[in-house]
Design a protein around this ligand. Structure first.
Ligand code: NAD
Length: 357
């Protein structure tokens, strides 16, 4: 099926992407190409070793390491990082890690306009978007701003090869979720739809190979290619029920980000599918299933993903509150979001049952 649409508006970002085994080791070339000479390397406390390797690769261009990046970009950590930026007189940041570390780099860029180089080590895709989520006093807000879009991305299969296999699977499903919702986005365009399907195809092909052989750098490379495509569409079009549900669950009940995406995706898609069956038919075909919801459920199960909200920390007693929060602010979805079917969806997702339209 052609992705052609009779009318559309498309938006693409100016980003330099370098791809390849060992691409991260020549990060100094990218920092120099940006006209910078003092790079502050960012990481989480868990990935200090990767940050130290990058600082070593940067040689005299490394101005320091700040290793306190944390989930959901807390503003107090950003404030501390900004003081460090000033102290070492950094003229760019190099973020080495997943969405949390990328988020810190974006938060710094929003406030200083410093250029960013990102070396992703998960498939979350934040590196390819102008979107930043931040938290203050437990409240998460999202901004979309061109200053937040990283200028350079270095995709190195060697780094993502160290991602533990359970996180590999949930992070891949997090990426696939961006692409699936992009297929029925209200502001989709032919380019976003093509990128989304190619992203899903890359994961459908390479993720089973990575699960079988986590160190297979060719397959890891193809999953990173999928992450780039899925992240790129996340930056181009709006998301719907699936992402709203994950944000509501993650924000209120502190559920883990990628795992929540992995569990909810088949259910949110099955709910929405009757309204956009034609747009989701390629997903069912690529992943193998009678419907896209069933295909995503089967794929997640084959990959060994967590299948139930009860297994990732949600109590059954919280389901009513989750329904209330998810339906409080009305938002667009191809199939309107009503409390009763949504409560039933959450019950099935909680128990790990197959999705129902
Ligand atoms: P993460 O960055 O929080 O990483 C989870 C943990 O895994 C961290 O401790 C990290 O250090 C570790 N880790 C990462 N890569 C590793 C590797 N290769 N080997 C070993 N350990 C590794 O998780 P994430 O899922 O990448 O990102 C989630 C965050 O990103 C959320 O806050 C989410 O809201 C945000 N996000 C934002 C966007 C956007 O466009 N703004 C897009 C996607 C995700």
């Amino acid at each position: 099926m052609s992705a052609f649409q009779p009318e559309f508006t498309a938006r693409t970002a100016q980003v330099r992407v370098r791809f390849g085994i060992g691409a991260s080791r020549s990060v100094a070339d990218d920092v120099r190409a940006l006209g910078c000479a003092r790079a502050l390397v960012l990481s989480t406390p868990q990935q200090v070793a990767a940050a130290m390797q990058t600082a070593e690769d940067l040689g005299p261009l490394a101005a320091g390491i700040f290793s306190k990046a944390a989930m959901h970009t807390p503003i107090d950590i950003t404030t501390e990082a900004l003081a460090h930026v000033a102290e070492v007189r950094a003229d760019c940041v190099v973020a080495v890690g997943g969405g949390s570390t990328t988020g810190l780099g974006k938060a710094i860029a929003l406030r200083t306009n410093l250029p960013q180089v990102v070396i992703p080590t998960t498939y979350a895709g934040s590196e390819a978007t102008p979107i930043l989520g931040q938290t203050e006093n437990g409240l998460k807000t999202t901004v979309t701003d061109d200053r937040v879009q990283p200028e350079v991305i270095l995709y190195d299969p060697d780094l993502v090869a160290r991602l533990p296999i359970a996180m590999t699977v949930t992070s891949a499903l997090n990426a696939i979720a961006h692409a699936v919702e992009a297929l029925y986005a209200r502001d989709r365009n032919p380019l976003s739809s093509m990128l989304a399907m190619e992203g899903i195809r890359a994961f459908a092909r390479a993720l089973p190979q990575v699960v079988a052989a986590p160190g297979d750098l060719t397959a890891r490379g193809e999953t990173l290619y999928g992450a780039w495509l899925c992240g790129t569409v996340l930056g181009q079009v709006g998301m719907a029920l699936h992402h709203k549900l994950c944000h509501a669950l993650g924000g209120t009940f502190n559920l883990p980000h990628a795992e929540t995406h992995a569990v909810i995706l088949p259910h949110a898609v099955a709910y929405t599918e009757p309204a956009v069956r034609d747009l989701l038919a390629p997903v069912a075909e690529v992943l193998g299933g009678a419907t896209a919801g069933a295909a995503l459920y089967g794929f997640a199960k084959r990959m060994g993903a967590p299948m139930a909200l009860r297994d990732i920390g949600l109590k059954e007693a919280d389901l009513d509150r989750a329904t209330e929060i998810a339906t409080k602010n009305p938002y667009w979805n191809p199939r309107p979001v009503d409390p009763a079917p949504l409560r039933a969806l959450l019950q099935r997702a909680w128990a790990g049952e197959p999705p129902v339209a």
